[in-house]
Design a protein around this ligand. Structure first.
Ligand code: MN
Ligand code: MN
Length: 463
């Protein structure tokens, strides 16, 4: 064979990972940065699952989606959303084709690791007032000290009132923080393994230091409770029925001189929730029945009424099926799902935990994880070759830049997504999403290219 033939044959036989920068047209490059602006404002307005549900409903309503409640009528060609207790959301388009052809589902989660307040959080110690926290999801505790934190959430009072609280996001708001030792006196702490240097019980939020005028005991705590009562009408007992959480304060920012990346809190998994939403909105006139699920509780095991293990997905598919004249068992068997969740981006600063050949490379497009789980493929939905092949064809036809990956080296760690809970309902499912650096840290990093390719992939899937 001559050189030219060999080159041609090599191109045919070898797999080559594409980089979005190498293949993107000028037009697409413009779309990438425009799309990122919409995503950043979603990030800023949706730091908790409740805020994400609210923001999503706002976006969907503008596109003509109407609220649907279980038991109501569903008609072909109409667009709906089911708001599950303000904490998770199912948006769907009832397609005009035979419902027994199945539903195309994009499922992402809208909860992120953070510091939840305990039910009896407030105490005073040596002139300072604090709030005790119980961290939510997998965090590396040392990352959450000495950063500005904002308080978000709701308080449900005994009178049945729901009080919404957000403190620390407006530029004029105060913020909160967890203090740490000064290096001068941290000799002992610095010798401890990273995971034990800060105990869960030491993640206490500093919230004030001024005593209430005239008070004789618990003077600072007294003042804090008075401030909260003056502003929100709540008392200490109300913390019992509250969901208040401390999250990193501040807005999403472009990262890098070239602005090619975004640094923000909560990319996992808003970086897939947002494309799932924009995909269903872009395909709102599809003949297929399509669904976008924004789930809660993924970070702590998908349990409970707002998590993906809840049978609501089965109930809703049953409602859709019977309303549109199909057998729900057949509908589920013919449905397909992309579990849209993030992947661990290959970090050249920490190459030792990755097997590069099977890692998610930033800027190389949307990442498919055929399986997640831990060593030995434990606790994972391992998608079938046929299903992966099917998705491959869709991406090829749509010109999606994509790659496959595992979550780091075998036996180094592992992780899960909602994929297996959906697959357990007899729905073909595979994981797909964006590569993230510093996942679960207060400041996570993604590339705008990968974000855009995810939107593109989900649109191609819904179409
Ligand atoms: Mn996730
Ligand atoms: Mn996560």
């Amino acid at each position: 064979m001559d050189k030219k033939e060999l080159k041609k044959l090599k191109e045919k036989l070898f797999y080559k990972k594409e980089n979005a920068f190498d293949v993107a047209t000028e037009k697409e490059a413009k779309a990438v940065s425009e799309y990122a602006e919409g995503y950043k404002s979603f990030l800023d307005n949706a730091k908790t699952e409740r805020e994400a549900v609210k923001e999503a409903i706002k976006m969907l309503s503008k596109e003509g989606f109407k609220e649907y409640k279980l038991g109501e009528k569903i008609e072909k060609g109409n667009k709906y959303y089911l708001n599950n207790r303000d904490k998770s959301l199912f948006a769907f388009v009832a397609g005009t084709e035979d419902i027994e052809k199945g539903i195309r589902i994009c499922a992402a989660h809208i909860d992120s690791p953070r510091l939840d307040l305990k039910q009896h959080p407030m105490f005073e110690n040596e002139g300072f007032a604090y709030l005790k926290t119980h961290y939510y999801g997998g965090i590396r505790k040392y990352q959450w000290v000495t950063i500005p934190l904002a308080l978000h959430g709701v308080v449900s009072t005994v009178d049945g009132e729901n009080v919404e609280i957000t403190i620390g996001e407006d530029e004029n708001d105060p913020v909160f923080c967890i203090t740490d030792l000064l290096p001068h006196l941290a000799r002992e702490q610095s010798q401890k393994p990273l995971g034990t240097a800060h105990a869960g019980e030491s993640l206490n939020l500093l919230i004030g230091s001024e005593p209430l005028d005239g008070a004789t005991e618990d003077k600072v705590k007294f003042n804090m409770l008075k401030i909260l009562n003056d502003r929100y009408g709540i008392t200490e007992s109300d913390f019992v029925s509250a969901e208040l959480t401390a999250v990193p304060a501040g807005k999403a920012r472009d990262l890098g001189l070239d602005r090619s990346m975004i640094a923000a809190y909560g990319h996992d998994d808003r970086v897939c929730s947002y494309p799932s939403l924009t995909a269903i909105m872009e395909c709102k006139n599809s003949e297929h029945t399509i669904m976008c699920i924004l789930a809660d509780k993924e970070e702590i095991g998908s349990e409970g009424v707002s998590g993906m293990k809840c049978r609501l997905i089965v109930d809703l598919i049953e409602e859709i099926s019977t309303n549109l004249g199909g057998n729900p068992n057949v509908v589920r068997a013919n449905s397909m799902c992309l579990s849209a969740d993030v992947s661990a981006g290959y970090d050249p600063m920490y190459p030792e935990v990755f097997e590069k050949r099977n890692s998610a490379i930033v800027n190389c497009g949307v990442v498919m994880n055929k399986y997640t789980g831990g060593g030995g493929k434990s606790s994972t939905n391992d998608a079938s070759a046929e299903y992966v092949g099917h998705i491959r064809r869709i991406f090829k036809d749509a010109g999606v830049v994509w790659q496959t990956a595992e979550l780091g080296k075998i036996d180094v760690g592992g992780g899960g997504t909602v994929a297996m809970y959906i697959a357990n309902q007899n729905i073909n499912t595979v994981d797909l999403g964006v590569a993230v650096l510093s996942m679960h840290a207060p400041l996570e990093v993604i590339s705008k290219n990968d974000l855009y390719q995810t939107h593109k992939a989900l649109v191609a899937f819904c179409k």
